[in-house]
Design a protein around this ligand. Structure first.
Ligand SMILES: *Cc1c(COP(=O)(O)O)cnc(C)c1O
Length: 399
């Protein structure tokens, strides 16, 4: 087999340079571990940005995929298939919501949510044509389409990709007063992440979600939660909003819904909101395909059967406590919820990148977000012993 060096070279030569990967080549994976062509073993503490909550190559999910591949993989929505209905029923049960619109990637789920909110604004709220506004938060991450990057505050995500669609207004995150002040009669929805993952695991103040729910309800504005990263047990509950006993009007999900095997996403909504979608309004060739639905159903069943919500809560608390006990002046904050955790480094510590590369050399894969934050989001099947090992590596590398 060619070496890691050779694989990196060929990828770099024939691929667009829209990523700056940690220099490691993965050719095999199981649970929380991955291996490179030289046979070196690493702990995966990124989980493909929380798309691998169930762990790599979960046997139940692989079995579902294999079985479905022998039957039928794609039908398009021109026809019904036997896997879509049961999958959507299960997804409404775990979310406590009514109706599902299946898509593939997270960005597509967000785009679907935007269309849904705007159409609801015109048809139900009575917003004048082309006047609908959606309020978003600064430092958001909702994906990479032109519409979505158009309301990003990250220069690199936007620069060179305009002109962008109008109709979005950004307010500071974790600021309920700013939300109240930004709402106008033309506001259709407030789109927000319950924890800002890409921004560096920014956890809002206690009571934030309850308060924004109250403000949205009082002003007849839809609360649209992007749980693409926080969903599916990552923060210690099936969905992050369940910590606060609230419910969104539109819920956007993706990543771990596909169990790390397939891209599967969805916009989930109340019956009333989803009723504005009629045949021909929106769609996707691959959305709701039977292979994806079989995989997603198994992925949800794994989360439920293995109680990965409780596991994430328990292991997350354990992990954070251990990280907080590291005595090192380079660490100025440890924050997170469940197994979505970040270490904030001081300015003096220098770029986080040097540490993520050193972690890799010590058998631990994690990724920096922005200059000075390292995120740890291992598969939820991680054990205490493995966390102990990770903390030993992190302690050593930061020294
Ligand atoms: C990853 C992510 C997305 C985009 O998902 P893709 O599958 O990469 O399109 C959207 N929102 C959040 C919060 C994410 O973390």
């Amino acid at each position: 087999m060619p070496t890691s060096q050779e694989f990196m070279k060929i990828e770099s030569k024939y691929g667009a340079h829209n990523y700056h990967p940690i220099p490691v080549v993965i050719c095999k994976a199981r649970g929380i571990h991955v291996w490179d062509p030289e046979g070196r073993k690493y702990m995966d503490m990124l989980s493909s940005y929380s798309a691998l909550n169930q762990g790599h190559c979960h046997p139940k999910i692989l079995k579902a995929a294999n079985q479905q591949m022998k039957l039928v993989t794609l039908t398009s929505r021109a026809f019904y298939n036997d896997k879509l209905g049961p999958f959507m029923k299960l997804l409404t049960e775990v979310s406590g919501m009514d109706v599902v619109l299946p898509m593939n990637t997270g960005a597509e789920a967000v785009e679907t949510g935007i269309k849904l909110a705007r159409k609801w604004g015109y048809k139900k709220k009575g917003i004048p044509e082309n006047k609908a506004e959606i309020i978003v938060c600064e430092q958001n991450f909702h994906g990479r389409t032109t519409t979505i990057v158009g309301f990003s505050s990250d220069f690199g995500s936007r620069d060179g990709f305009g002109p962008f669609p109008a109709g979005f207004k950004a307010i500071p995150y974790n600021d309920t007063k700013a939300l109240e002040a930004a709402i106008t009669p033309n506001t259709a929805a407030f789109l927000v992440e319950p924890i800002q993952g890409e921004a560096g695991v920014i956890v809002p103040s206690p009571g934030y979600l309850k308060e924004i729910r109250r403000i949205c309800t009082r002003n007849n504005v839809l609360l649209m939660l992007d749980e693409v990263q926080t969903g599916f047990c990552r923060t210690g509950k099936m969905f992050c909003f369940q910590h606060d006993g609230i419910k969104p009007d539109i819920l956007l999900v993706g990543k771990a819904l596909g169990g790390g095997v397939m891209p599967v996403s969805a916009a989930i909504a109340s019956k009333d909101v989803m009723s504005v979608m009629t045949p021909g309004d929106h769609g996707s060739t691959f959305g709701g395909n039977p292979l994806a639905c079989a995989v997603a159903t198994a992925s949800l069943e794994v989360l439920l059967e293995e109680r990965l919500d409780r596991r994430a809560a328990e292991m997350g608390e354990y992990f954070m406590e251990k990280l907080r006990s590291i005595k090192n002046r380079k660490i100025c904050d440890v924050r997170g919820k469940g197994l979505l955790i970040a270490i904030q480094l001081t300015k003096e510590a220098g770029p986080a990148r040097q540490y993520t590369e050193a972690l890799k050399d010590n058998g631990l894969l994690a990724k920096e977000t922005h200059e000075t934050t390292i995120r740890f989001a291992p598969p939820l099947v991680i054990t205490k012993k493995e966390i102990d090992r990770a903390v030993r590596i992190i302690t050593r590398v930061l020294k």
